[in-house]
Write a new protein. Sequence first.
Lengths: 468, 249
Amino acid sequence: MNAVASSLSDATLNAIKALLGDEQVLLDKASLEHYGRDWTTAYDPAPAAILLPRTIAEVQAVVQLANREGLALVPSGGRTGLSGGAVATNAELVVALDKINHIDNFNALDRTVDCGAGVITEQLQNYAREQGLLYPVDFASSGSSQIGGNIATNAGGIQVIRYGMTRDWVAGLKVVTGTGELLDLNCGLMKNNAGYDLRQLFIGAEGTLGIIVEATMKLTRPPKDLNVLVLGVQEFAAIMQVLEVFQQKIDLTAFEFFSEKALQKVVERCELPRPFESATEYYALLEFETLTEGTLDEVMALFEHCVEQGWVIDGVISQSETQARNLWRLREDISETISHWTPYKNDISTRVSKIPEFLIEVEQVVSEHYPDFEIIWFGHIGDGNVHLNILKPETLDREEFLRQCSRVSQWVFEIVQRYGGSISAEHGVGLLKKDYLGYSRSEAEIAYMKAIKAVFDPNNIMNPGKIF
Amino acid sequence: MKILVAVKRVADANVKVRAKADGSAADLANVKMAINPFCEIAVEEAVRLKEKGVATEVVVVSMGDKACQEQIRTALALGADRGIHVETDVDLQPLAIAKMLKAIVDKESSELIILGKQSIDGDNNQTGQMLAALAGIPQGTFASEVVIEDGKAAVTREIDGGLQTISLSLPAVVTTDLRLNEPRYASLPNIMKAKRKPLDVVSPADLGVDPAPGVTTLKVEAPAERQAGIIVESVEELVDKLKNEAKVI
Ligand SMILES: Cc1cc2nc3c(=O)[nH]c(=O)nc-3n(C[C@H](O)[C@H](O)[C@H](O)COP(=O)(O)OP(=O)(O)OC[C@H]3O[C@@H](n4cnc5c(N)ncnc54)[C@H](O)[C@@H]3O)c2cc1C
């Protein structure tokens, strides 16, 4: 199964060039480094060559050749991945989809559009806006990530509570499997119960089953008049009570949280005003659509209720788009702000209802062993997804900090396992978390995953060594 | 000291406003509206003067259709004490607004009137100046600092290439510039309290003013689209294009 050539013979290289043309094959050092890594920095890129196919037929030809010659392929999108899924460390051929980037066949009635895998996420968002519609999957890297990469990682983002993950927006998928065969899956249908929905297998497969070459993406009505609320709470559990009562009455488009420690750092470094004078342990950020005039009254009534119950201490609501943006920055600028302290990061989830206990347990185990560690929490709390960040103490050198953090990972994943949570909520497994997959998936599950891979990729040429 | 603040309801600064198809006006249907940013700064300044004990009462006024009451409520939530809404569907222009403000200043005996230097929709930069002239009182425009001391207002003004500080005897008109302060958010408890603050509704006729416009808008059009950029292959090509196409070198 593991027949991977370590470097390319002249004959192989010539065969690839004959398929794609000289210009679509990059071998220079800068390109190998550039295309050989994603957003992670822990791995040294060492691909054999970078291939830039321009058509679906060329992708098929490349996969067929790789099968004949026993060459490993790494599909590559915008390389904004955070788990090393698109990293090539082992003389693989990187197949970059950049040039398959057409957007066409928009249908206003179906509200769908066909995208080449290489379309940048933001291009699709802009295209949708021009049609008076919305492509709602959005996150900080959407200016660089590609639709193919989004589908391969089933990307989430800041409005999952309302719009779901990328999976929910894929109406049809064209993939080239590990054998080089082209499958046209689901063809844009809303309803299709004729047998297994193979499309779903390729979504989130991180390029291990085949190469996504084209997708039919759904679009939707843009939201009307979004407003942002920031609420201050003292007890973490109160955030969940706030979520419960608001969700009963209001169509939330986002429900995020961050801690006072996170807020202090952002306010200081980004020179933003605090939302209100009172400092509270945690903050919830809610975004909602103001469909009727009644919505705002309802929100006020809910706020009053939360204050009466003692859950919420103080709160603000955006009075303009500018204020809404500034309030969002309190949450969205955290990642960049704390990068100054080279933090340890982990993206984990449990069921929403279990989050408060989960958080306390993680915090306890970390502060017990490493009282000097400063923990910064934030995340998509409405989805049960938290981002754990630990800042490196100034006095500790980087190596030692990383060593101590790998112990933290162990403890955190043990707690995740006990809570039946996920070791990777949004960012996939790639190389980064493959050693920990067993904390979230049973042996039997992993064995089935491997068996499925063997069906679509019998020669193990598709992104080998990723996920498991 | 009693302060009067004027606020205007305008299209949100972050909204991309389009011209109506017939070119008669900006298309504001379904557009998010907000307090004019300069007026927001005016409210903040008045509230700070009250918090410092300099002002005794902050009255906020807005003119226009019923929807303006939203912006008055926001100003009340920010800390103003009561509101006046001059309700009219007429397209209001600076002169009419200044006349109505003058009537309110007389009635309220306001000692300091704070306005935005201009509204981001009309961009007229006239109302404060006209009000000062009609009321026959001093004005400090484009303020970046306001200090009230010994019955006078020291106003630092942002002028071309520097700052100018002037002293005004009260009553006086002050118009705000961007750097005067950073407005706070309206807190939810204050928004609720604001619902119970008094808001009087009057008509232009009550103020003895005919608000009919003196200026007619002939045409509104969007600025010309910027052309897409191009990527040149070489320095030579760049120089050539700068020389022969753009003709800048
Ligand atoms: C600042 C920042 C913020 C982020 N925020 C979020 C967030 O909120 N939510 C979230 O979910 N993610 C987030 N991410 C992670 C990342 O942006 C997403 O995982 C994104 O979907 C990756 O897309 P990409 O095109 O960059 O994929 P890449 O990094 O290029 O690849 C990701 C994986 O998909 C495979 N792949 C790529 N293209 C194809 C294809 N055509 N066919 C088959 N396999 C393919 C690769 O082999 C790899 O395994 C963030 C990243 C950054 C840097």
